[in-house]
Design a protein around this ligand. Structure first.
Ligand code: AMP
Ligand code: ZN
Length: 441
């Protein structure tokens, strides 16, 4: 059986052919992985010392999971399986400071990724005639650059606007008659809320579609974006460890996200027992990248919760679909698209001697954007001090937090003993972002 197909053929392979292709690619990944001390030991511990020791996809279940901690522990080059001279790019997870989780790509890896981002855009009905305004951040974060190359490869007119600067986004959208945007869902809502104030109307634009992703959002938010702008919005899922966007993407049917299974092996496991669960049941998504030689990552626990949608999609693509991400098994917060761990905040504030022992993190919506307030108790003497000193202290903490988590929260001081204390585990995070505060037209 030949394993060389065109991209269109790949998207319509039957299960047997797709799994044969996955096995072929997985063996390649395993032989790359065995070049790293980390996987040589990991795979060796379950009797896989050569790619040939791996016989069928079912053998996957023997391989221990890879976690974010493994990636951090092997920082910087522990998982690099290519020669450094062959690496052309690196990316890192948006949530990490200090020791980020880094991935490397060769030119071939980038070409493979671009193929999937291009495929994803085509699946949503984009063509070379579209004007694509990319409002995702460019940089170590994979969101911006990832789709950029896919859009160029499709022949779209690409406007690499990056995130922020709403006034300029509107100007570009109007002057270049942008037809497709790529942004976080919260930014799309923010854009709409700003439109009138900035002197624009919906009729000024030629917008048809939005690719929305990088953060959890509900179906209601998607519908709201669609109604407000009069467009179609498509869910885009990815994570830096697996390359970035285009691990899974909605097609024009908008009935779940196709995981591009020729590029990724997906498993859904019970997040506690870590045993496989059946289609339709919610669990943690575990992914193996099949198309990257520089940084092989096998059975990566994403911590993202979703389920496999049983049955075939009416678009004809055979790659299975997952539901939108319902949440995460860990406590990672996503604030306007930036990942923040409460432990990063604790690390900063607990180093400040004036700060007491109790604190909590409040997250809420301000307009359509997220706002973070850190409430901390302070030492007994500090509240009687000069208010200018208090202001300076707050400012210092805010700046230190910004250096660590890249966003600047508000800080509120409370007298000692004023913040609630729990009997059992401390509740540190109060997330009040339930609905959305943007009126429909
Ligand atoms: P990063 O590696 O910094 O790009 O962050 C990846 C994480 O962002 C994923 O593991 C998810 O938790 C989240 N994420 C990305 N895309 C989506 C999406 N479409 N829906 C929900 N969460 C998403
Ligand atoms: Zn489909």
């Amino acid at each position: 059986m030949s394993l060389f197909y065109s991209d269109e053929e790949i998207q319509r392979l039957d299960r047997q052919a797709l799994e044969a292709l996955q096995l072929f690619r997985l063996k390649r990944v395993i032989s790359q992985a065995l070049k790293t001390p980390f996987y040589k030991e990991r795979l060796g511990s379950v009797g896989i010392n050569h790619a040939e020791d791996f016989k069928c996809l079912k053998d996957m279940e023997k391989i221990p999971y890879t976690t974010k901690d493994d990636l951090r522990d092997t920082y910087p080059y522990g998982l690099l399986a290519a020669h450094k001279d062959d690496v052309v790019r690196m990316h890192a997870s948006s949530g990490t400071t200090g020791k980020p989780t880094v991935i490397y790509q060769t030119q071939r890896d980038l070409d493979n990724w671009t193929n999937l981002t291009k495929r994803s855009l085509i699946a949503t009905g984009c063509t070379h005639k579209d004007v694509f305004q990319n409002m995702m951040t460019y940089g170590l974060f994979t969101g911006g650059i990832g789709l950029h190359y896919g859009a160029e490869s499709l022949g779209m007119f690409v406007i690499p606007a990056s995130s922020g600067n709403t006034l300029r986004q509107f100007m570009l959208m109007k002057d270049f008659q942008t037809t497709v945007v790529h942004a976080t869902p919260s930014y799309m809502l923010h854009l709409y809320a700003q439109m009138e104030e900035m002197g624009y109307k919906r009729q000024d634009f030629a917008l048809k579609k939005a690719m929305i992703g990088a953060e959890p959002h509900t179906e209601e938010v998607r519908k709201r974006i669609e109604t407000l702008f009069g467009i179609e919005a498509y869910n885009s899922y990815g994570l830096s460890e697996m390359n970035g966007p285009s691990v899974a993407f909605e097609c024009e049917e908008k009935s779940g996200m196709h995981v591009w299974e020729d590029g990724y092996i997906m498993e859904i496991v019970d997040e506690v027992s870590l045993k496989p669960i059946s289609d339709g049941q919610q669990g943690e998504l575990v992914l193996t990248n099949l198309i990257r030689e520089a940084t092989p990552i096998i059975r990566y626990r994403t911590k993202d919760l979703t389920s496999i949608i049983p049955g075939a999609c009416s678009c004809g693509r055979t790659s299975r679909r997952i539901q939108r991400i319902m949440g995460r098994t860990d406590d990672m917060l996503i604030i306007n698209g930036v990942n923040v761990f409460p432990s990063q905040i604790e690390e900063v504030i607990m180093k400040v001697p004036e700060i007491g022992n109790n604190y909590r993190i409040l997250i809420r919506k301000k307009g359509t954007l997220d706002e973070m307030i850190i409430e901390t108790e302070v030492g007994p003497n500090i509240l009687t001090d000069d208010t200018r000193d208090l202001y300076k202290l707050k400012n210092r903490i805010c700046e230190e937090l910004r250096a660590s988590i890249t966003i600047r929260p508000q800080v509120e001081f409370h007298e000692p003993g004023r913040l609630p204390v729990q009997q059992g585990k401390a509740i540190r995070v109060i997330d009040e972002r339930g609905g959305i505060c943007c009126d429909l037209e």
